[in-house]
Design a protein around this ligand. Sequence first.
Ligand code: IVH
Length: 676
Amino acid sequence: MKVVIPEIQQRVTKLRQQLQKANYAYYVLDNPIIEDSIYDQLYRELQNIESQHPLLITPDSPTQRVGEKLTSQFISIPHHIPLYSLENAFSLDELKKWQERWQSRYGVINNKNIDYVCELKIDGAALALTYKNGLLIKGLTRGDGKTGEDITQNVRTIRSIPLKLALDDSSTIVEIRGEAFLPLDEFERLNVERGEVKESPFANPRNAVAGTLRQLDPKVVNQRRLQFFAYTLHLPQNNPLNSQWESLEWLKNQGFLVNPHRQLCPSLEAVVNYFRHWETARHYLPYITDGVVVKLNNFRLQKQLGFTKKFPRWAIALKYPAEESITIVKDIIVNVGRTGAVTPVALMEPVHLGGTIVRRATLHNHDRLTELNVHVGDTVIIRKAGEIIPEVLRVLPELHPLHSEPYKMPSHCPECGSMLVRPLGEAVTRCIYISCPAVLRGSLVHWASRDALDIQGLGEKIIILLVNNGLVKSIADLYYLTPENMTTLDRIGQKYACNLVAAINNSKKQPWARVLYGLGIRYVGSVTAKLLANNFHSAEQLSRVSVASLSSVYGVGEKIAKSIYDWFNIPKNTTLIKRLEEVGIQLKTSYNSIEKTASIRQFFLNKIFVITGKLPTLTRSKAKDLIEKEGGKVTGSVSRNTDYLLIGENGGLKLKKARILKVNLLTEKELLNLLE
Ligand code: IVH
């Protein structure tokens, strides 16, 4: 065995101190103090000495972060102190109720001097770390709160977890808890890499963290660059700390990464302000936060309030509306839309999602349904697709109910009983019976909608009444309704009937472009309808043009052209046009509405706009109308295809994305100047 001379021992100590300092500056302070290459040289020197003098190796040496691969599964170990979960509040009202609850228990009359600590709720995996005489000896997962898995080997690879506490006066045993998480850029990098080797991507950073922590090979964990925010501390008996705020300070001084956005709040009002601020600001953070953890600051008060079976009474998680939730499918129905498209829809146990309570989610079409393999009774993950309609994202196959079968699409229309068809090469199944009541109802809802004929008061409920009672068999029938024949129906009063008839009559003034959109021709959205109306100034003209000349219009492709051509060749539709003309619907353009200078039209024509934030004077729909009138398109989210972002106050995430993608920005004033 080699003799270790004191100089070498001293060099090793110095090297470790230097490397630890550099590590802390890099991973915790995010403020590197030495070049990477210098760090590598020092690290290699230490590694060399240690390999020549193995007796000098200590577990807290920076070279000892990445251990050997485990040969078997992780061992479960009971937690010294159970890891409680947090009660959730989904609204400010629930937060207020929590305050009332703890106050009535504690007997607070005047709560002026009671502080709250607000911390961001990091979406990762909780870890419990044990330090003995200042050295990290154990790292456990949360597990079920009573027992966790011993993942010490993996925990040691996380650079923001010190292997050794910084202060000498640390007590014999200290337990520290916090959240391991994966920064978003690391998450993306990891998924790209997985894609390259044909491994399925992780659904979200939380799954990626959980999956990583349970890797048997610490080398794999080491490559994934997990991080850790410390948030609680359990010191033995003679704990000199009095509050959560002091604990966070203590943790920081011991070398842990403590989330810098914590805040001491003297009132619930301050908590609410913190929550509101981070609702948008959290999207700029490099990691995912799904809420705010509110804790009573004072330990004496915490102790007095204690715990329920599951939660501390002195803390609560105030959650931001989830973009994904889990629920159970109670039933599956099919919905027949105005084009006859049949969409399977899951009816679910109500669940919070994106700020609302959701009861239905789309299963899209037959193929998607098969791919999901959904059974009634299944546990499913749902999410908000785009802006409004929730969709079933995933089924948890392990939780299929016993003896259940995959749901199968019906062969016949649930509305009219006719056979459903799926045209070759299409994803959508349709009811093609021309007089299917569901199709008629959908067409009427569309005709009355805001961007079409905009008939106030003509909603789905009244449409169902009118159709079911045979008063309306076609769109044109709406214009023959009278207050007298409407009041023969249950639940329709004289005043309501008069107003509705007036609104229907008023819609005769709507311009040709809106009428064209209202006809509900497949693929003809409101923007395409405007483009078409600008080029073909009457229904009569449109009904005579060829597919070729239709598709020569900029922005109208072959698919749209064919659909329009086919529509005008169905006798039922030409009859409808004739009848609409008879009742006085605008089926022609009044010329002055399309006269604009060429250059301004050029600016707007077919450009894609996105609107963000609150505009100083215009409502969003007004701004949208103005842009579309000039031939522009307005979409909901910023992408590489966006030409302009119209910005208002608090532009938020869209503004951030637009800056990254270098999208042109436009203010309301600039927009109005252009239109003058
Ligand atoms: S305190 C008894 N603080 O949220 C106190 N938890 O929903 C329990 N979490 O299991 C935890 N950020 O994994 C606390 N700043 C934070 C947190 C936090 C994330 C997680 C933690 C916990 C879960 C409860």
